[in-house]
Design a protein around this ligand. Structure first.
Ligand code: PLP
Length: 364
């Protein structure tokens, strides 16, 4: 059986360093916002070449706190892709704002810059882009729209740690880059964790306050904040994994190259763009008989996933919440996409085996 993901195996190379970091942190006795968080924030900011990094409890919180820091008014609108993971949309709703869905491009699965302007109203305040599956969005036209309408920009980088567009790393285009370190992400912790990065000093102060009860000085509260702090132990583990992030990304790209080369052309593969460094958080293909293909793969020892089976506007929770609209491209992606095994723990032999089984799927 080829697993879709095996986290124990993927983390095995870090076992000794992790247990060492656990012991060090345990013995230090400072468990909330201590040295490990401080050092990780410094190291991740340096890795991205950004001024500030603020550790928070999750990727969802990173997105939510980024929006909170702008002090928008209730009912203000935020542009977001129609085919994103639900967390992106939840962050907008939690912040009391209105998500305005924009369709993706059918070849990159990222927000279609040409469709943003028609959705801008007098209430639009921000664009939240998502670098889906690890592939950076087409940032040049998005930056033009941002400037033209004086909008804020938040990048959902939960899937794009280290990915670049024209050499500039994702998370550094907007006011904020929001990261998740959920265990399966390219930079994954051993539990929930997230971070926000920014080059703006004032916004960084606002996030530091918001994540810690709205307080800079213990027991003095300036804002209605939340408790969303990066855990000290998770920060210790992340510092170790960060040193291997480039290698993890390179490994995923190496394995992705095998898929590009080996998979039959009847399966729609991700588009290859010279302008981006895609980190392949997910390697997806699209195929009309996706569910049959998935069942066939499982029967033949290959586990897969679907990112994601249900479009956000079709989620039960979103009925009566999102404005009615038609999102045929998003629906087409959700109904045909299939994610193949691709992780730091997979070998070239694993991928060769997956390719063989996928290609052997009988044509009708
Ligand atoms: C994982 C993910 C999130 C949420 O991150 P959590 O840490 O699970 O809260 C948000 N957006 C996208 C695109 C994601 O993939």
């Amino acid at each position: 059986m080829i697993e879709y993901e095996n986290l124990a195996l993927a983390n095995k190379v870090f076992f000794e360093e992790y247990t060492g970091a656990f012991a060090t942190t345990l013995e230090r006795g400072w468990y909330i916002l201590g040295e490990q968080v401080k050092e990780f924030e410094k190291e991740y900011a340096a890795y991205l070449g950004v001024k500030h990094c603020i550790g928070v409890a999750s990727g969802l919180d990173a997105l939510y706190l980024a929006l909170r820091a702008f002090n928008f008014s209730p009912g203000d609108e935020v542009i977001v892709p129609s085919n994103t993971y639900i967390a992106t949309i939840l962050s907008i709703l939690q912040a009391g704002l209105v998500p305005v869905l924009v369709e993706p491009l059918i070849d990159t699965y990222n927000i279609d810059p040409a469709k943003i302007e028609e959705k801008i109203t007098s209430k639009t305040r921000a664009i939240m882009v998502v670098h889906l599956y690890g592939k950076p969005c087409d940032m040049a036209p998005i930056m033009q729209i941002k400037e033209k309408y004086s909008l804020k920009l938040v990048e959902d980088c939960a899937q794009s740690h280290g990915a670049t567009y024209h050499g500039k790393v994702t998370g550094t285009y907007g006011e904020f880059g929001a990261f998740s370190f959920y265990p399966t992400k390219n930079l994954g912790a051993l539990g929930d964790a997230g971070a926000i990065v920014t080059n703006d000093d004032d916004l960084a102060i606002a996030i530091r306050r918001l994540r810690n009860y709205g307080s800079d000085v213990k027991y003095y509260n300036k804002l209605i904040g939340v408790n969303s702090r990066l855990d000290e132990f998770q920060a210790a583990f992340l510092r170790i994994k960060l040193r291997k992030l480039d290698e993890i990304n390179a490994q995923k790209r190496r394995l992705a190259a095998l898929y590009f080369e080996g998979l039959d052309n009847r399966f729609i593969k991700p588009v290859i763009q010279d302008s981006v460094y895609d980190v392949f958080h997910i390697f997806n293909i699209r195929y009309s008989r996706r569910d049959e293909l998935r069942a066939y793969l499982l029967e033949n020892g290959v586990k897969t996933e679907i990112h994601y089976p249900v479009a956000p506007h079709h989620q039960e929770a979103m009925q009566g919440v999102l404005a009615n609209g038609s999102y045929p491209l998003s629906e087409a992606i959700h109904s045909t996409t299939l994610s193949l095994p691709l992780s730091f723990a997979h070998t070239e032999a694993d991928i060769a085996c997956v390719i063989e089984v996928v290609n052997s799927f009988p044509e009708k």
